[in-house]
Design a protein around this ligand. Sequence first.
Ligand code: MLT
Length: 264
Amino acid sequence: MNFTINNLSVFTDGDSKRRSIVFVHGFPYDHFMWDEQVKVFSKDYYCVRFDIRGLGASPAGDGQFNIEMFVDDLEKIIDELKLDKPILCALSMGGYISLRAVERMGSKFGALIICDTKSSADDNEGRLKRAAAIKQINSGKFDEFIESFVLNCFSDEFVKEKNSEYKKVVERSKKNDPVGVKGCLLAMAGRTDTTNSLSKFNLPMLVICGSEDKLSPPEVMKTMADKIPNAKFVLVEDAGHMTPIENSGVVNKAIKDFLVYNEL
Ligand code: MLT
């Protein structure tokens, strides 16, 4: 079923009376990146996905975004759909949003699954890269930006072996509104650091990382997981930053084991 909440496109699968999982996608993607998870988990869970403001089918408006607005959107969707202690499952930028959401209103959630993300804010180098990306887009090179950014997200192996799947992701990402993409870059550049709150997170947590992830590498994610009480860390071999797409089998098994273990 499709809904419009807070002007955003929201997509649900499965029985609304079941426990819910809210999937929060990465940048510059949209809800489609969770297709392989929703196929499996909608049999037993109410799966809720949405397109983050400015990406996919959610309008960009003026593109003046910050992560706090994205957390407000997430809260609004949970409240409108009356979700009781949803499990959050998020990747990368979705992880930035979810880590801040748990820091801000942790008791609202039943569990947190984060893939290929980090709790730290951008450092100076990271912020300058965002600025260079905005400059590139403003100079009319939006497609070139998408091509190089998405290439960096996948393992070389995936790009070579599953080239048609990879190309589909690239082409879909190019359909995004450049205003929304720039808004997300600004939001990520301005995000806060949630590292100091990790030790206070008291909900079941699963931390998933691709062994070839160049954006949030395994050593960074493992260090983060070690700061969270009772977090389970899973390394997905031969995958880059996009583990749910690159190795959905391993990711789905890790999620399933986590849900069963925590009786969720
Ligand atoms: C993402 O996958 O959401 C982005 O790589 C995050 C980022 O650029 O920091």
